[in-house]
Design a protein around this ligand. Structure first.
Ligand code: ZN
Length: 305
């Protein structure tokens, strides 16, 4: 995990501590936590066709889930401006009692739940190319958490339709942008400025947490979207002013091109600080269908406001 103050020259590196079981159980069922422990300590194997674990995965998963707590402490105390949690395994597919999509525990959900328990309002923006089904299912009935996801559709895990808008008291606090393959930064910019920023201003979160996957990058081998590092910088730079200073943290989710991740993470942090990225933005244009997703979401959101 890293926190930064006044640029990369003052990067603070922190080791993520293991989460305590009580905090983990605010999101995951105790019987599931115990099953993961037993599975890993018995040597591991395949939890599903995508999700493998070895004995060391138990400690890694506990540290990944525990990182957010320390980041929040550092930011709250004014010891860092922004935190980036470079943890593995990722988390946004993990449901209350189900591992999937490389995820064992839902790192961002655990941190969000901790903040909500303190009476704070939290927004999660998920720009991983896959829908964060675990995060959505954890909070879909919560009025205290706004979940926004940009993802490729149709694509794994198949969830995240525009008609998912939250349930019960959480109605209107789930927003999904299912984008077709080929979608690029032009549409992401529109979605942010026309839909997400106005929603965030109205929701007025105390914290913004970002499921920062980098598998929507144009060079990612798994997916078919076309973002470049400058797009991540612009998204991060647009979100940061919507919350008080030092109240934004990024959780690494997916991303399967290491060079693309490296450049995009650097761009993300520069974006938060308003520093130039120096990465020329190619004039990629999204398919018409992608623009229609933004148009439809804008119209639907208007109904709830
Ligand atoms: Zn992903």
């Amino acid at each position: 995990m890293a926190g930064a103050r006044a640029g990369a020259s003052s990067l603070i590196k922190l080791e993520a501590p293991e989460i305590d079981m009580e905090t983990l159980a605010t999101v995951h069922e105790p019987s599931y936590i115990e099953a993961i422990e037993q599975f890993c300590l018995a040597g591991g194997g395949a939890l599903d066709p995508d999700t493998l674990a070895v004995s060391a995965s138990w400690e890694a998963a506990k540290r990944a889930a525990g990182a957010g707590h320390v980041a929040v402490e550092y930011l709250s105390a004014g010891r860092a401006d922004v935190a980036f949690l470079a943890v593995r395994p990722p988390g946004h597919h993990a449901e209350s009692a189900r591992a999937m999509g490389f995820c064992l525990f839902n790192n961002i959900a655990v941190t969000a739940q901790e903040l909500i328990t303190k009476g704070l309002r939290v927004a999660i923006v998920d720009w991983d190319v896959h829908h964060g089904n675990g995060t959505q299912s954890t909070f879909e009935a919560s009025p205290d958490l706004l979940y926004v996801s940009f993802h490729q559709h149709p694509f794994y895990p198949g969830t995240g339709s525009m008609s998912d808008v939250g349930v019960g008291e959480g109605l209107g606090t789930t927003v999904n942008f299912p984008f077709p393959a080929g979608t690029a930064g032009d549409v992401y910019r529109r979605a942010m400025t026309e839909v997400v920023h106005p929603m965030l201003r109205e929701f007025a979160p105390d914290w913004i947490l970002i499921s920062a996957g980098y598998d929507a990058h144009v060079d990612d081998p798994l997916a078919g979207l076309r973002l470049v590092p400058a797009d991540y910088a612009e998204m991060a730079g647009g979100l940061a002013p919507l919350v008080s200073e030092s109240r934004i943290l990024f959780f690494l989710e997916g991303g399967y091109n290491l060079e693309a991740i490296e450049r995009s993470v650097a761009a993300t942090l520069k974006g938060v600080e308003g520093r130039p990225v120096g990465d020329a933005r190619p004039s990629l244009e999204s398919p018409t269908l992608a623009h229609q997703v933004v148009d439809e979401l804008a119209a639907r959101i208007a109904k709830f406001s």
